[in-house]
Ligand binder design. Sequence first.
Ligand SMILES: *Cc1c(COP(=O)(O)O)cnc(C)c1O
Length: 368
Amino acid sequence: MRFYRPTWAEIDLESLAHNYKQIKKLLKPKTKVMVTIKADAYGHGLIPVAKKLLRCKVDYFGVASIDEGIRLRKENIKVPILILGLILKKDIGPLFRYNLTPTVCDQDLALCLNRKAARLRKPIKVHIKIDTGMGRIGILSTNSENIVKKINSLEFIRIEGIFTHLAAADVNRKLTLQQLGVFNNLVLQLNKSGIEITLIHAANSIAVLNFKKSHFNLVRPGLVIYGLYPKKNLKIKLKSVLNLKTRIIYVKRVPAGYGISYGHDYVTRRGTNIVTLPIGYGDGYPRNLSNCAPILIRGKRFKISGRICMDQLMVDVGNTPVKIGEEAVLIGVQRGNKISAEELAELAKTIPYEIVCGLGGRIPRVYL
Ligand SMILES: *Cc1c(COP(=O)(O)O)cnc(C)c1O
């Protein structure tokens, strides 16, 4: 890929495969894996990530929308795809055309799918979402048994899966076990009524690592596959997949007392070299990292100086004799020194998910 602004994200697909294998090792051999590749595979690039995971023999993909599912199908990707988000009744056409599996949370959508499927004489697979304590989409667990039974009785609906989502598996063990208990009971009740559902799933990344009970027979990791940690001090060894890099586009000597960037939030204390890097909040690099985030240049940590602009930011490198064209690393490793998305997330008062998903389309992804 050709690009002329020297700012790019390197995506290491071998690390992605490594992480997938590490996660597989935590599972029983029969447990299936649905990798969540919504939001452009967490900013890593939907199609290259999907194709690499296919080579790892992934069982299922989870996406947020029909649109993401269609992008996969247009690349001739044939594994099952679950739309984790909800869809409007008027938009069910493409589910049939592209063989996408919808999430269903009420009878209304189920009836509508059933009618369309009947007309096409082609049953449709669905997964039912149960709300066991997330308060997002999903049938409230207290009402769910009856509703699932009714949906199951529809002639052209095949309930392939039933799932729930954990609200606090990173911090609240009690709530998590309670959610899993409610979900498990529902599945048992349904079994007793003769409704055996093939795929039962609940586990996001942190639950895959910390709650074996949540695995059922399919897990839905996202973050850990990209080598990012949902929490500190986890034992598993992951390799981060995304590295954000740029090159020094300008450097100049400025005197002491010189204000840098909008508002002069940073003022030089002595004569120093100020570097300009061609990346800014217009690329999704968070503006609230102004005056605080680390940058690696020549393997050394420097700090962003002054406010981050839309397309550029500045770094005071002291007397380091840097040259135009030298590489600077915003996320990743340089000469053994590392800046992680987790570290940036903490500084920006957010989560690593938002750091990587936020990186804009203006940053070319280069695949290794
Ligand atoms: C995004 C998502 C996941 C994956 O979460 P991670 O924390 O990235 O592992 C799993 N399930 C659902 C329903 C999701 O929306």
